[in-house]
Each structure stands twice: as structure tokens, then as C-alpha cells.
Design a protein around this ligand. Structure first.
Ligand code: GLA
Length: 387
């Protein structure tokens, strides 16, 4: 990969001398969905696919961006003196947003950059290509300009830029998973205070499989922001009757006791998901520690049902993938992963059932949806690096 980027760099900008190449991973979330902006827990892991970035500082203030994923856009140019979101800037709004967010914290760049990027996360798959691009940018800026920031700062700056520069009101999970990834481990993160612990996720006799539905529905960002608003309103209603800071502070029992404070049926369902999903995540990690992978899998299935029925962020194609997965002998658990409205499912499958899973779920999906699904066995990777 590094060689490919350097070759392209040379072709576009004349020479690849003194170029550095950076990488930041995408992520898959095992359980804890739509809890990260509700003060709850998440359990994602970094992947070995992600965003690669070849970079060299310039003498002037110009920024030149090129993505090997969007060859037809050519080299997109701007300047460090004029960083603002623009439609015409296309994907470069993500790295520019990160530069803007660093500048807002007093970390200013004293010269421009030439860049070539390549990402191997399938487009629209919900495996956090944007977070990996933000983290790769933050990590690169730290190395190139000597900015004194930790990887957690890089995650927070990435989230801030996505919220405020790109208008997507995401939580911290994706950027945290990318910036803090650890090989063969998932990250049990409490989004209320960013305390976290690593949990080894090498399963004895089973594999983690991602199934890409190859569908991405429209209006994902606006529906996402809508869910966030619904949860915020439900929280305010609950705060009238119980002293809590976030929905993550509630147990299931407390939710059942106080839920009537939420005036609207839809909001009640959204809040219910946030509360129960948080508790499921805590239980799932506990089950994993006790080696009870069966319970972990059942909690994954329950998470899917809740995201489908109460949070309503699934879609027909993803429901087909989950249902068909549940039918296969040797499937321990299967659920939608990520923001929803398309993208991927994540499943835990016994080693001996992996081939059957791929052929059976693949055929049923093709028959029922008329599309091909893609399957990947997950390799859990590290956070950002210099290659
Ligand atoms: C998207 C967001 C995350 C998180 C998930 C849902 O991936 O970027 O912050 O909210 O959706 O769990």
C-alpha cells in the first residue's frame, strides 16, 4: 500500500522524497449502539482496514489533496489561510475540518501540505471511513507539526470537527475506536467520562464476521440527528422526575418506573433503547470476561431487535441479513452495527459454520433482496501509525 501511495505522490507532485505515510483504522462495534451520545457504554474494535495518507510539507500555505478513491475529482486545492466547509471541497471537508479544529485549540499550521490518500473501507459500509480519515489527519498533524496532543485528544478533535465543520452530530465512539485501537482487543468505553478498558476478543473456536449489505439509504445524517434530538427531549422529560445527567444513568427498573414522564410514545421507545442497550453492553462485556460467549451472542441479537423495533434505525435489507444469520447453525449472535439505515451486520460464528454462513446468508440475501452481500472475517487491528 505504502509503495502505491508513494508512486502516486511522485506522479502528481514530482517527487516522493521526504514523504511520510500514515494510517488510521476503521472500526466495527460489537454492541452498544446509539449509546455514545446518551452517556452509555460502547464496545467497538479497530479494524485493519482504514485510511492511508502520504504527506509532505510545503514551503507556502497551499493545501493539495488527492484521493485514489476519487480519481475523477483530481487534485483539490485550498489554503491553510482559508479553511471553511464548502460543497465543492467534497471529501476534503473532513481533513480540513480537523485542521480547523486544531487551529481552534491554538495548534496552527505554519505551512501547507501535499497529500495523497487511499481508503480501503468499503464506501457507505458504516465501518467509519470518515472517523478513520479524521484520526489519520489528526495523527499526521501531530507528527508533522509537533502538536502536543494525545490519541484521546485526536479522537475528541475529530468528533468536534465532524459535529461543527461537517454538521454530523456523531458521538465519540468511532473516533475513539480508531485512535485508541489495540490489536486483538475491543474497547469497553464509558462515554460519560471516557474511562475505558481493553478486553481481549480472540474467540476460541469462533470468528467475527462482517456482512456488508451494500446498501446505504438516503438521509442517514438527518435521521441520525433526529434520533439524537428525540433522546435529548426524552432526557429533559425524565429529569423533571429523577435526578439523572444522561439516559446512561438509568437502570432498566428505573426506566420502567419513570418512563411515563416521557410524553410521546416514539420518544419513549428511543429512550428505552438507549437505557436497555447500555445495560446490555455492560452485561455483554461481563459475559465475555466470564467466557460466556453464548450470552454475549444473545445480547447481540437482543440489541438488533431493539434497534429494529424501538430505535428504528435498521432497514429491510439489514433485517434480512440478521434473520438469515440467526437461522444458521453455529451462529452465536448477529446484529446491525454502526449508525444504521444500511451498512453492515456483525456476527459471531463458530469456525466450522463460517463457510455455511457465507453461502447460506449470501444466497438468501440475493434471493430476498436481489443484491449481493460481501463477507469479511474481522481482524482486530491497532490505532494510528506511521508506516
Ligand atoms: C455512528 C456515529 C457514532 C455512534 C453510532 C451508533 O457511527 O458516528 O458516534 O453514535 O453511529 O452507535
Amino acid at each position: 500500500m505504502k509503495e502505491k501511495l508513494l508512486e502516486k505522490f511522485k506522479e502528481l507532485y514530482g517527487s516522493a522524497d521526504g514523504v511520510s505515510v500514515y494510517f488510521a483504522p476503521g472500526r466495527v462495534n460489537m454492541i452498544g449502539e446509539h449509546t455514545d451520545y446518551n452517556g452509555g457504554h460502547v464496545f467497538p474494535c479497530a479494524l485493519t482496514i482504514g485510511t492511508y495518507m502520504a504527506v509532505k510539507k510545503r514551503e507556502d500555505h497551499k493545501l493539495r489533496f488527492y484521493s485514489m478513491n476519487f480519481d475523477s475529482l483530481g487534485v483539490l486545492e485550498s489554503s491553510i489561510d482559508d479553511i471553511k466547509p464548502e460543497d465543492a471541497a467534497e471529501w476534503t471537508n473532513y481533513p480540513k475540518g480537523v485542521m480547523w479544529a486544531f487551529a481552534g485549540r491554538g495548534f496552527t499550521m505554519d505551512c501547507g501540505l501535499d497529500m495523497v490518500l487511499y481508503g480501503n473501507i468499503p464506501a457507505g459500509s458504516g465501518l467509519s471511513s470518515s472517523a478513520s480519515l479524521e484520526v489519520a489527519t489528526g495523527f499526521m498533524l501531530k507528527q508533522e507539526y509537533g502538536f502536543d496532543v494525545s490519541n484521546i485528544d485526536i479522537a475528541l478533535i475529530g468528533q468536534y470537527s465532524e459535529n461543527n465543520f461537517n454538521g454530523m452530530n456523531c458521538g465519540i465512539m468511532d473516533q475513539f475506536a480508531s485512535a485508541m485501537g489495540k490489536k486483538d482487543n475491543a474497547i469497553f468505553l464509558n462515554t460519560a467520562d471516557l474511562s475505558y478498558e481493553y478486553a481481549p476478543l480472540v474467540l476460541d473456536g469462533a470468528k467475527i464476521l462482517i456482512t456488508n449489505s451494500n446498501v446505504k439509504h438516503k438521509l442517514v445524517d438527518s435521521k441520525y440527528n433526529e434520533r439524537r434530538n428525540e433522546c435529548e427531549t426524552a432526557l429533559k422529560e425524565l429529569q423533571e422526575v429523577i435526578g439523572i445527567k444522561t439516559l446512561g444513568d438509568l437502570s432498566e427498573e428505573q426506566f420502567e418506573t419513570y418512563q411515563s414522564a416521557i410524553k410521546d410514545e416514539v420518544r419513549r421507545k428511543r429512550a428505552k433503547h438507549a437505557v436497555y442497550e447500555n445495560q446490555r453492553t455492560i452485561q455483554a462485556v461481563d459475559a465475555l470476561k466470564k467466557n460466556d460467549i453464548g450470552l454475549f451472542g444473545r445480547l447481540m441479537n437482543a440489541s438488533h431487535v431493539s434497534l429494529r423495533d424501538d430505535y428504528e434505525v435498521s432497514c429491510e435489507e439489514i433485517d434480512v441479513l440478521a434473520e438469515e444469520a440467526w437461522k444458521v447453525d453455529g451462529v452465536i449472535g448477529s446484529r446491525i452495527t454502526g449508525g444504521g439505515f444500511g451498512g453492515c451486520t456483525v456476527s459471531i460464528v463458530k469456525d466450522e459454520a463460517v463457510d455455511t454462513f457465507i453461502s447460506q446468508v449470501g444466497a438468501a440475501y440475493e434471493k430476498r433482496v436481489g443484491k449481493k452481500a460481501d463477507f469479511y472475517v474481522v481482524d482486530i487491528g491497532n490505532g494510528p501509525s506511521v508506516l
